[in-house]
Design a protein around this ligand. Structure first.
Ligand code: AMP
Length: 216
């Protein structure tokens, strides 16, 4: 969990991997549906461009399907999901049907000024998905991926107007999910300071997961 630009995707990708757990990123699934030109992708595009949330039932169907993937049999790290209290309730139902439950809820915390700086400079490879930052982690050649030579692009929802809306949506819709997880009998929330180098954040997350017996 965490606001846009907190580093959820970066950290989820590091935690997931062959022989470990799978990554379920609803944002990536929606972008893949758009790239395929599917009906779902077209429906989602309007919401995403505006920085609004895609309807809960669409998201829960995507997660239901993703949980069936064989590489998710050993567990999953959710990234960018759940974003509403309704989605969190829906996730509990999906897990219960499978005899599973939430292990740990990690909340990556980053100040808003830092988020705006991070998102405005973020660039992504069209081909392999590798992420760069114009200031903090620029590619060797402008506009080109170091790893595969693919073109770099800016996510349309990383433009400043949309970033402000995404932050407001986070405050209004997603922060209440954290309170919900903190309720009596809930899984609780593990806060992580995300305003640090990526490796340090990863180490801290792994240390906290190990301490709860969830780490691999
Ligand atoms: P992300 O890649 O996680 O930043 O998501 C990009 C955009 O996809 C969001 O601003 C939403 O429009 C949409 N989206 C991703 N995940 C969800 C979700 N769990 N619920 C609703 N909308 C989502």
């Amino acid at each position: 969990m965490g606001p846009p630009g907190a580093g959820k995707g970066t950290q989820a990708r590091r935690l997931a991997g062959p022989g470990e757990i799978c990554q379920i990123s609803t944002g990536d699934l929606l972008r893949a549906a758009q790239a395929e030109g599917s009906e779902l992708g077209r429906q989602a595009e309007t919401y995403m461009k505006a920085g609004e949330l895609v309807p809960d039932d669409v998201i829960l169907d995507l997660v239901d399907e993703a949980l069936e993937r064989s590489e998710c049999a050993g567990g999953a790290v959710f990234d960018g999901f759940p974003r509403t209290v309704e989605q969190a309730g829906g996730l509990d139902d999906l897990l219960e049907e499978r005899g599973e439950e939430i292990g740990v809820v990690v909340a990556i915390e980053v100040p808003e000024v830092e988020i705006v700086a991070r998102l405005s400079g973020r660039r992504i490879c069209k081909n392999c998905g590798k992420m760069y930052h114009l200031r903090f982690d620029p590619p060797r050649e402008e506009g080109r991926c170091d790893a595969c030579g693919g073109d770099l692009y800016q996510r349309p929802d990383d433009r400043p107007e949309t970033v402000q809306r995404r932050l407001a949506v986070y405050r209004e819709e997603t922060r209440p999910v954290l309170d919900w997880y903190r309720r009596d009998g809930g899984p609780g929330v593990t806060p992580i300071d995300g305003d640090r180098p990526i490796d340090e954040v990863e180490l801290e997350i792994r240390r906290r997961l190990d301490a709860t017996g969830t780490g691999s």
